[in-house]
Design a protein around this ligand. Structure first.
Ligand SMILES: C[S@@+](CC[C@H](N)C(=O)[O-])C[C@H]1O[C@@H](n2cnc3c(N)ncnc32)[C@H](O)[C@@H]1O
Length: 226
């Protein structure tokens, strides 16, 4: 066990109260029963969850879900599971699922580390997306960053052979950390010589737009499981 969720550990998020809009609250109430997968300590049966057998991509920390819904719509042959702790974000994603009539996207509202440990079977994921994870840019908060050795080992364990891990960030020193940590994971192989060109399926996100306005660069990293 790489992470024991029963042990105290430093989390990559802080619980924010966050105000729900009326539309988000309605989406949670009306679409939650169909599109939310409840956190559980039992392994998830993807075929049962989606009613078909298809490659599964997990997205960690989808924020308001705009990118997640965009990608799911563009790839109807794949099933997507988004994991997010923030309630307004989950409401926002459910609203998009309803508006776009998506049947290949569901959400889990829970800490992704516990979801991976408890619900995701080893060797089962076609891909993992982690777009603009919180940079925790103050040095004393760096330890909260998601992309660290043990977490990357856990992700690698959950990927199928040939499956991919795609991370993106607009914080240069987090990009450097990601390249170092992913490069050090012996189960992974870089698809590029260093940072990867932005894959065509990833649209600009809200955080990316903000970063670009602030003059930050954006770095994509795409690794595959050996
Ligand atoms: C900076 S936001 C980026 C959101 C989105 N990916 C985007 O690009 O717009 C990071 C998100 O990750 C979520 N998050 C952080 N740690 C998480 C965890 N352990 N499990 C699930 N979600 C997490 C936060 O709640 C937040 O919404």
């Amino acid at each position: 066990m790489l992470y024991d969720p029963t042990e105290h550990r430093i989390r990559s998020f802080v619980t924010r109260a966050g105000r729900l809009s009326t539309a988000q609250a309605r989406a949670l109430e009306e679409l939650g029963p169909q599109f939310l997968i409840e956190y559980s300590k039992a392994p998830l049966d993807y075929e049962q969850a989606f009613g078909r057998k298809a490659p599964v991509v997990l997205e960690i920390g989808f924020g308001m879900g705009g990118t997640t819904a965009h990608i799911a719509q563009a790839m109807p042959d794949k099933d997507f599971i988004g994991v997010e702790v923030h309630t307004p974000g989950v409401g926002s994603l459910l609203k998009l699922i309803g508006e776009q009539g998506l049947t290949n996207l569901k959400a889990i509202q829970h800490d992704a580390v516990e979801v991976l440990n408890q619900m995701i079977p080893d060797g089962s994921l076609h891909g993992v997306h982690i777009f603009f994870p919180d940079p925790w840019h103050k040095a004393r908060h760096n330890k909260r960053r998601l992309i660290q050795g043990p977490f990357v080992k856990l992700l690698t364990q959950k990927l199928a052979a040939g499956g991919y891990l795609h991370c993106a960030t607009d914080w240069e020193d987090y990009a450097v950390q990601m390249l170092e940590v992913l490069g050090a994971e012996e189960g992974l192989q870089n698809t590029a010589d260093g940072y990867a060109p932005q894959p065509a399926y990833r649209p600009l996100t809200k955080f990316e737009n903000r970063g670009i306005k602030l003059g930050h660069g954006v770095w994509d990293l795409v690794f595959t499981k050996k």
